[in-house]
Design a protein around this ligand. Sequence first.
Ligand SMILES: [Zn+2]
Length: 412
Amino acid sequence: MDAAPVRMIFLITFPLEQQIRDIYLKYSQQTIKYEKQIEENDISDINRGLLARSIFSRNTGRIITLSANEDAAAGYKCTNKKPIYPLFVTVNNLPPKLRFDQNNLILASLWFNKGKPNMALFHKKFVLELQRLHNGMQIEAQTYKIVLLQCCLDSIGRCELFCSKQFNGRYGCTICMHPGKLVCKQMKYPYQRAKLREDVTTRRLMIQVEEFETREPRFGIKGLSVLVGLPEFDIIKGLPVDYTHMALLGITRTIWEILVENSSGNIQRLRNTSIVKKTIGDRFTSMRLPSSFSRRMRKPDEYLKFKASEWETILLHCIYPCLADLLPATYMNNVMMFATVVFLLLELNISRSTLLKCQKLMDQFVEDFEKLYGESFMLYNVHLSGHLVQNGRNLGALRNSLSSRMKTETVC
Ligand SMILES: [Zn+2]
């Protein structure tokens, strides 16, 4: 009898220390200048968000904060046709333009296997090195403490890394305790202000699940996340909602499909869809966007191929002039509430009063969304949008928490 085939795992890890040192030294002058420019009361930059502030207040001495970034859905293809799953790191102390430049991304690990990575194995070396660097690393004559502030992933990757149920399971939200509700045998998230998860209680819950014989999930938690090993890492606030997948490839596309493509079949939002689609197509092709936009708008017929940056352009610049006179005002108002919050959270200057205004608008957007489209359209992404402002408060502008997919599409 043949033995079962041995499954080989291909994983490469790259030491972080020298890469961090090289990048920090290369841009030390720009970084010092940038630090002086940031307004102390503004929280748009990630190192001025509440998460970074609490770390700075607990520590003395110099600190370099990092963001990790991975994209399960992208599965970068290479010549051997196997997907590559990368783990990138950015140095948050750098000015945003340099921070998000592809040449300044630090490569931490590569996973070369079909299917989703084993998150514990994939992040093991990364976590161990960050534990060591938290004790301090030398850059010229100074000692710097290294702290990871956030891991940006799409929803599937975030739940895997958090070791919790996905969007289709009970308690699938990594940020709050919304239980979900089965509507036509699918998990939906009707409007509800659920209790937020907390770092300390979630760690306790993870240990309880690990120690329990049956390892039965509790409140969506399936076990211990590898991230609990990271010093000073908040396992709730440090795993933000991914703007790219949630807001652009998620909600904006969903709204488009419901309103323009009439994909739901039984909801006719626009009268005589074929004529309206032609009108929208004509308006799209006649729009002249400023030269700073990286690509021209494609025809609406090609919407299945639209990239995240195209959905962003539609949401912020095209949807109102193209649809406002074709939709009932209640629907347009709902879309514009969402667009307004996204626009304000992308800004380089975010004040506390802006965040308060955004939270009110976003709550209203989610509540009205359910009234307009019904419970069956209360998708996971619509629920997550309610957490977007909270992410802004903790980690600054949305630009700070982009997935690697969006970073490769846009040059900041
Ligand atoms: Zn939630």
